[in-house]
Design a protein around this ligand. Structure first.
Ligand SMILES: *Cc1c(COP(=O)(O)O)cnc(C)c1O
Length: 395
């Protein structure tokens, strides 16, 4: 199975059939499993084999198929599926640190990730140093002997800065720290994070893996030693496991993720090219554009693909951004991403509302900034709609 190429793994990887030999993966909607004898129950609690289960919080056949399929895709030894992306970020961090430890984190983070690093870890006696993610010198200056984790989003939200996974990994490993990468914006299709040095990769499966805006989920990938050791121990006792039904939605999402995400990224590049230089824009941010300041890193780390999201800074601040959003007829105003439907978000008043004006300034979250998650609609329809809405924004 591990010799198969990506597209084959996404359709067949990890499948295990029941006695009925069903074609489509079965949903095992059961909390528990029956043991033939008291002796076999005892044996299973001593050692649980790969096709054996005890309780759905620990593992379940449908969830396990999803874990194996995504591990094959990511080139990871093992995976643990979680109830949401945040359960994955929380589990990855909590399983690695204790009071007195030190963590270095990029400062441009998804709001809930920032809450864990800024508030929860501090309350537990873990010190966190925030750095400017793309600046390797800051990572080098921040790591210490007691640094246990370096954490970052490989492509930041919403300004799409790309962080050098190999560069940060080398610095982290020089002090024995683990590298935990939140890889949502890079997507599992374009990621080579483990090969580039990451020890643990985390996804919100809610985004591209489902890809149709239906279910919450997440996954943590790493070595078998880590996943079946400290991570599984933390997750199975704290209750953040993925439900079998949501695992089935995610398994079905993986069958089409390569086709969907490649089409979305191709459309994102076309839109970025078509709108670059539009009079209504102060800035077009898309990592796949040749003139993006980090295009060389995008080539090295992501095979030159800039992802499925672009951000635009519209002239005229919040007022113009709102006129733009309200004039769109195809994309919806919402805050998910990676969906088949294009989604426009105004970060300053929604996802990043909680930040102070200084923090917003520092992170480049301008009042006119709109994040645009490119869906599966016809790209020419999208370009026409976006161009008309940009004209309305300036009227
Ligand atoms: C959405 C997202 C999360 C959280 O995922 P949920 O599934 O909503 O819990 C974490 N990190 C990033 C970068 C995200 O985009």
């Amino acid at each position: 199975m591990s010799d198969w190429k990506q597209r084959t793994q996404l359709v067949h990887g990890g499948i295990r059939r029941s006695q009925y030999n069903e074609v489509s993966e079965a949903i095992f909607l059961t909390q528990g499993f029956v043991y033939d004898t008291a002796e076999s129950a005892e044996a299973r609690f001593v050692e649980t084999g790969p096709d054996e289960f005890i309780y759905a919080r620990y593992g379940n056949p449908t969830v396990s198929m999803f874990e194996q399929r995504i591990a094959l895709l990511e080139g990871a030894e093992d995976a643990f599926a979680t109830a949401s992306g945040m359960a994955a970020v929380n589990g990855a961090l909590m399983s690695l640190v204790k009071a007195g430890d030190h963590v270095v984190s990029a400062k441009a983070l998804f709001g809930s990730c920032l809450h864990i690093l800024e508030n929860i870890l501090a309350n537990l006696g873990v010190e966190v140093t925030f750095v400017d993610g793309p600046n390797l010198e800051e990572w080098r200056a921040a790591v210490r002997e007691n640094t246990k984790v370096c954490f970052f989003e490989s492509m930041s939200n919403p300004t799409l800065e790309v962080i050098d996974i190999a560069g940060v990994s080398e610095i982290a490993h020089s002090v024995g720290a683990m590298v935990v990468v939140d890889n949502v914006f890079s997507t599992p299709v374009f990621s080579n994070a483990i090969a580039q040095g990451a020890d643990v990769v985390v996804y919100s499966a809610t985004k591209h893996i489902d890809g149709q805006g239906r279910a919450l989920g997440g996954v943590i990938l790493g070595t078998e030693e880590y996943i079946r050791g400290p991570l599984e121990t933390y997750m199975k006792h704290t209750g953040g496991s993925l439900s079998p039904f949501n695992a089935w939605v995610m398994l079905k999402g993986l069958e089409t993720i390569d086709l969907r995400v490649r089409a979305q990224a191709a459309s994102a590049l076309k839109i970025a090219e078509a709108l670059s230089g539009n009079d209504a824009l102060l800035r077009m941010i898309y990592p796949g554009l040749k003139d993006h300041p980090q295009n060389a890193l995008v080539n090295a780390q992501l095979d030159g693909v800039g992802g499925t999201v672009l951000s635009i800074d519209i002239k005229g601040g919040k007022e113009a951004a709102f006129k733009f959003l309200n004039a769109l007829t195809i994309p919806v105003i919402s805050n998910n991403l990676g969906d088949a439907k294009s989604i426009a978000t105004h970060p300053a008043t929604t996802t990043h509302q909680r930040l102070s004006d200084e923090q917003k300034d520092d992170l480049g979250i301008a009042p006119g900034l709109v994040r645009f998650s490119v869906g599966l609609e016809d790209v020419d329809d999208l370009i026409q709609d976006l161009t008309a809405a940009l004209a309305t924004s300036q009227a």
